[in-house]
Ligand binder design. Structure first.
Ligand code: ARG
Length: 401
């Protein structure tokens, strides 16, 4: 029987050419798998037909947008995960869900190998292959760009020679990856890290310099997950989409960073994640009133580690799973409403309320009638500083000898 290979198919030039390229190089049949993670753009049916037109023996489309929002974006939100303090893991969290569907398709169509369009220089190859090793340890991996010398120029020549149903003339100088959680743009003119991004780079966000009138929004959360916007019930996917629209119109969530890739390269990336950044900001502010101080401090460290693991392709690892359990436990009381103003590239919280809040007005108030016994403070400070005071006494004594 002819060997079968499942290819992660985007509909773009490289993966379209990869169908025939892999076929010629290996003699295998190629099954194209497109996964909808809310990337928008062309219809999935158009993409499916293109795959067939490029020689795929089967083309499979998976609608994973709700699954992606519920099982990948929501854990990222609960973790307030920002890699290196900036990047909400847009591409990093989409790879594991794509892998899940690739492995499923491989089983369904009797494939022995999974292929993807990544280069040998990035993080995504690692995320794909580590994921496949974990979910389908018997499956082999192949990356035509990396392993079969499929360069951009060769791809264009191949598409023209074979008359593939794909646009090869339109030269987009950027490499773009997008889904409902955000959009990542790199290469081209951006590789000079002193160059400011030009307007044409952005798609999810409007220029924040000339914003429309301020937009006040109330986001309601239940156990860390958004459940309503301005009182209207929403699913996680709807919440992200609605905030992509409203925060995007205000230019919220533009990020320009040089980040550390897992393969040791520093690389410049422009992100836009209006919905994700608005949600993370709101969620963090709700945690500020509902999560106990020590738990909150520790959670910040856990969230950072979680972001690194996910960035580094360890989505299916035991440590990531353990950290998920910790994070989930902290979300028990993260229920309530956050009001924020979206304007001029910023999402600024100006109100919060929660039935499970730890904010105690009577303790906090400077008005008369507070319930805080100020006389307790002196003794507390005396003991709190005791250890450092004893050490300091020793330092003075030793220095004086
Ligand atoms: N640097 C990001 C990451 O590793 C995004 C990778 C894909 N970016 C792109 N523009 N194609 O998660």
């Amino acid at each position: 029987m002819t060997e079968r290979i499942v290819l992660a198919y985007s509909g773009g030039l490289d993966t379209s050419v990869a169908i025939g390229w892999i076929g010629e190089a290996t003699g295998a049949e190629v099954i194209a798998v497109a996964v909808d993670v809310g990337q928008g753009g062309e219809s999935l049916e158009t993409i499916r037909q293109r795959a067939l037109g490029c020689g795929a023996v089967e083309a499979y489309v998976a609608d994973a947008s709700d699954e992606f929002a519920n099982e990948y974006c929501m854990p990222t939100l609960k973790a307030n995960a920002l890699y290196q303090g900036h990047y909400p893991l847009v591409s990093a969290i989409s790879r594991p869900v794509i892998v899940k569907h690739l492995v499923k398709a491989a089983r369904e169509f009797g494939a022995t190998t999974v292929a993807h369009g990544c280069t040998g220089k990035g993080n995504d190859q690692v995320r794909f292959e580590v994921g496949i090793q974990t979910l389908g340890p018997d499956l082999k991996c192949i990356a035509p760009v990396r392993d079969l010398a499929l360069t951009r120029d060769k791809a264009i020549a191949f598409a023209e020679e074979k008359g593939l149903p794909i646009e090869t003339t339109k030269k987009n100088p950027y490499s773009i990856d997008q889904n409902v959680w955000g959009r990542a743009v790199e290469t081209g003119y951006l590789e000079d890290i002193w160059n400011a991004p030009t307007k044409d780079i952005y798609d999810y966000t409007a220029t924040p310099e000339f914003p429309p009138a301020p937009d006040e929004v109330t986001i309601s959360f239940q156990a860390g997950v958004p459940v309503a916007i301005d009182g209207v019930r929403v699913t996680p996917l709807q919440a992200i989409k609605e905030l992509n629209r409203r925060a995007g119109a205000q230019g919220v969530g533009r990020i320009d960073v040089v980040e550390d890739r897992l393969v040791g390269i520093k690389s410049r990336e422009i992100y836009e994640a209006p919905g994700a950044m608005a949600l993370i900001t709101a969620h963090k502010h709700l945690e500020d009133i509902t999560v106990e101080r020590e738990q909150a401090r520790f959670k910040a460290t856990v969230g950072q580690r979680w972001a690194e693991l996910v960035y580094d392709g360890q989505w299916f690892s035991p440590l990531k799973r353990s950290l998920d359990a910790f994070i989930e436990d902290t979300q028990q009381y993260v229920t309530g409403d956050i009001r924020m103003v979206l304007h001029g590239g910023q999402a600024i919280v100006n109100g919060r309320r929660s039935e499970t809040s730890l904010y105690d007005f009577d303790l906090a108030t400077y008005d008369t009638g507070d319930t805080f016994d100020q006389s307790m403070a002196r003794g507390f400070i005396e003991l709190w500083g005791m250890s450092a005071k004893v050490a300091s006494g020793r330092d003075i004594r030793v220095a004086g000898k």
